[in-house]
Design a protein around this ligand. Sequence first.
Ligand SMILES: [Zn+2]
Ligand SMILES: [Zn+2]
Length: 151
Amino acid sequence: MTRVPDLLVVTNADGTRSGRCECGVPVGVVPAGGSLDVLAREHAQHLLTEPCLVASPERVRAPRRLPGTGKACTRCGGEIMWAQTRADEHGAGSWVPLDPVEHPLGRVAVIPVARGVIHARKLAADEQHDPSVELQGRSHFTTCPADPRNQ
Ligand SMILES: [Zn+2]
Ligand SMILES: [Zn+2]
C-alpha cells in the first residue's frame, strides 16, 4: 500500500452523513446524529477488499469492454449487454443486463462468448475474481440511473 487514503465525510441536507474514500468510492451513510465509526469500518473494509485507486493503484486494471453487442436500456437509454446465466439446479438460466464495460466492484463473472451469447454467473460473496479467466461485469440493475433504487 503506497499510502492510506483519507475518509471524506459530507453532511447531507437531511442531516445524514455520507462517507467516501479519497478514491471516490462511497463507503456508507450514517443517520443524523449517528456515530461515524460505521464509516471508518466501511472505509477500512474497502481498503482491504476492493481496488482503491489511491491505496493500491497496481490492483486497478484498465476496464475491458465485454464481448457482445450493445443494446439500449429501455429505461435510461444507456448501453447494456444482455448476458445469460447458466442453467443450474433451479432450472433454466435467465437474462441479466450488464454495463458494457468491466467494473472493479462488479459481482458478475462474464464468461467468454459462445455462439454469440455472453454467459454470466454471480460471484459468491467470498469469491475472488480472476481477471485472467473471466471479465468482471456489473449488473445494470444496480447502476441504471432511471431506477429509483439507484437515486
Ligand atoms: Zn479508495
Ligand atoms: Zn438503464
